[in-house]
Design a protein around this ligand. Sequence first.
Ligand code: NAI
Length: 507
Amino acid sequence: PRNVRKICCIGAGYVGGPTCAVIADKNPDIEVTVVDLNEARIRAWNTDDLPVYEPELLKYVKSARDGADGERSPNLFFSTDVDAAVRAADLIFISVNTPTKYTGTGAGHACDLGYVESATRKIAEVSESDKIVIEKSTVPCKTAETIREILAATGRPGVRFEILSNPEFLAEGTAINDLLHPDRILIGSLRSERGFQAAEVLSSVYAAWIPRDRIMTINLWSSELTKIAANALLAQRISSVNALSAICEATGADIDEVAYACGKDTRIGPRMLKASVGFGGSCFKKDILSLAYISDTLHLPEVAAYWRSVVDINEYQKDRFTRRITKCLYHSLTNKRIAILGFAYKKNTGDTRETAAISVVNSLVLEQADIRIYDPRVKEEQIWQDLKATASDITLLKRRVSVCTSAYEACTDSHAAVILTEWDEFSNKDHSTTQGNSPPTATNGTAEDGNLSSRMDWQHVAGLMKKPMFVFDGRNVVDVDKLEALGFRVECIGKSGTPKASSSILE
Ligand code: NAI
């Protein structure tokens, strides 16, 4: 196979940045350049205050970008000079955003391929030599056909393009570990001699650190569809367990016990069965809606409705949680102070896209509550940007919401503390649960969670809050008995609440 000397990645986001940091670290002979139109983002990638927070990311970036360990020359570059990097590259990853369309045909459902298209046109415009173009972005099935047409119609004569699909399965918050130890690498190609050759070239890049038997080469269309299908299946598990949590709250069953016991069945498995206030993140909702839209366009309305119900349950779950807060606080939140602990869509990331916190806060503001938000990793300006983009009454929002720099500050004089992100510092369990499902009593911790000293002191919080004090745990990270012993009333997802309050919370 052709020797790879230079890789370009278009899109320096949550996927492009971490993925290229690991590829560059593991392939010191390949020059990797990540480009983006967003100058501020590129500037940040060239500092130690990276635009994306991920555990271990800075270490990998510094090693490849700066040659920080002194044993290698830098081979990772971040630049806004898209043309030069594309022109020089043998392999080009397209890792741009593919959000849900918000206007025009398919608005609110279909995937917006505008960024993929402009990246493709740029590749066609500036390429003077043959390229392998790789879809890293999550795209609807058959997008490679669109890319091929654009390249064929607008590329220079004599320049040949081979297109591969190589979806990314990393999860935010564990991106580096996922990149280092992926369950599989998927490479989709056309079933032609040139397609197989291109797939082999890309395989050789991954083979620098990933065992060959984990690198799967499959048909292009299967590869595109697998990414969306995998996200739909993962989200479907969460919505299934969340739907069961509603039954638990009404019956006295405990969702953590039910999920753990179900997950012990090897046909079901333990991961992604954690009940919560609802899933967030930039991918699940948009990819399921995209899958449903594809189904609609293929005249499969029942299939579309099936997948859409996964999103419907998620909206229902967020709404149900907010209604429970209002109900427990005696049906009135007017002028009551409520601490929001956590704004990111999950722990170990600063990402807030589609976070449940946005809808919960907006609903509580409309109930005229005073909201005090704290998150250890999300910047204040990001919180305001998210809330302003979605609030129905901006004046009310500004009057009712403030952002705090500590959990204690947020909880002071509050009637309730509402946990929306499973940050370790909010947990008072002996060991925090990390991923998937763990026994309801004895839970497993990992080294990452070991930083117990930075946990908040709930006894101290008990002295700060207004009585009666409520904790609404949207992530099931607190030990209910311990908090009740401190005088809190505790409401968790999928469990009936503190007995004194229970008669009023059963729906
Ligand atoms: P992002 O929004 O963080 O990054 C995309 C970047 O592409 C932005 O910085 C944007 O400025 C840049 N961009 C857009 N058009 C461009 C162009 N024509 N030229 C140069 N730069 C351009 O998005 P993120 O989260 O990295 O996602 C990228 C893709 O990967 C999406 O398709 C997403 O569905 C997929 N994905 C995301 C995962 C995640 O956890 N965030 C996981 C797996 C896949």
